[in-house]
Design a protein around this ligand. Structure first.
Ligand code: ADP
Ligand code: MG
Length: 257
């Protein structure tokens, strides 16, 4: 039986787990009638602040839909998504756009850097577009944590894939987001650059206190996370804490057959 929280009259309260984001009975249906596709089916997920969560599952299981709905890039058919205490359903399109800009970060498989801008210009672009002066000490710690200082004046074409993706991560972190979402961030990298990027993402969680949610196909990548959740048919069917590559492979083998 769950232990009830201590009575407030006692004057002590356990610190509540702070969730950076939550999906509550999330449902996303594309299309209507006979051709409707249920991409998310009554999915609930808590993402504690300061943790690194990996999302896995077969192709078409709803991973990208989940990430897009959590990040306010797509909207649920029913159920809710909260970022901190904000329910995304309470927001207008405009407010959701601002929330994405000010409170979330997103990294894609393709780095999506602007080719004519230097690394540092790409990194500060979100702050520049919001007419905000980036928080200098934070920007410095992000640049150093991602080992980008020697590359700041380089343009994307002068950087390796791994370096370009680190610039994309730094850009996503510049506003000190409440959650950093990454959809297959190592998908376009070779094994060594991929492993390097994951080590950097791990450091962003451990040393900068960031919350990271990453979709991946790769059991080796998932092993960098604190927790792996497995989706099948738009719902969570399994969770692994402190994953190893072997344990993730074992669950994948069981789920995909
Ligand atoms: P995954 O990322 O795990 O491969 P997706 O979230 O992309 O899965 O897709 C889940 C399901 O929803 C799939 O059946 C997919 O075809 C469908 N789907 C995703 N986006 C759309 C869309 N915009 N319109 C129609 N169907 C979609
Ligand atoms: Mg996908």
């Amino acid at each position: 039986m769950p232990v009830p929280p201590p009575e407030s009259s006692v004057g002590v309260a356990l610190p509540a787990t702070r969730y950076a984001a939550r999906a509550i009975h999330a449902r996303r249906v594309y299309g209507e009638g006979d051709t409707a596709v249920v991409a998310l089916a009554d999915l609930s997920l808590d993402l504690p602040a300061g943790e690194f969560t990996a999302i896995m599952g077969p192709s078409g299981s709803g991973k990208s839909t989940l990430l897009h709905c959590l990040a306010g890039l797509d909207v649920l058919t029913s159920g809710s998504v909260r970022i901190g205490d904000t329910d995304l359903a309470d927001l207008s399109d405009r407010e959701r756009t601002l929330l994405r800009r000010d409170r979330l970060g997103f990294v894609f498989q393709s780095f999506n850097l602007l080719p004519t801008l230097t690394a540092v210009e790409n990194i500060t672009l979100p702050a520049d577009l919001a007419s905000r002066t980036p928080d200098r000490p934070w920007l410095d710690s992000v640049i150093d944590k991602l080992a980008l200082r020697p590359r700041l004046r380089h343009r994307p074409s002068e950087l390796s894939g791994g370096q370009q993706q680190r610039v994309a991560v730094a850009r996503a972190l510049v506003n000190r987001p409440e959650v950093l979402f990454a959809d297959e961030p190592t998908g376009a990298l070779d094994t060594r650059s991929g492993a390097e990027l994951l080590t950097f993402l791990r450091a962003v969680v451990d040393d900068l206190g960031q919350t990271v949610v990453m979709v991946t196909h790769d059991p080796g990548a998932a092993a960098y996370a604190d927790r792996v959740v497995f989706l099948v048919d738009g719902t969570i069917v399994e969770e692994v804490n402190e994953p190893t590559r072997e344990r993730v492979l074992e669950v994948m083998g069981r789920l995909e057959t």
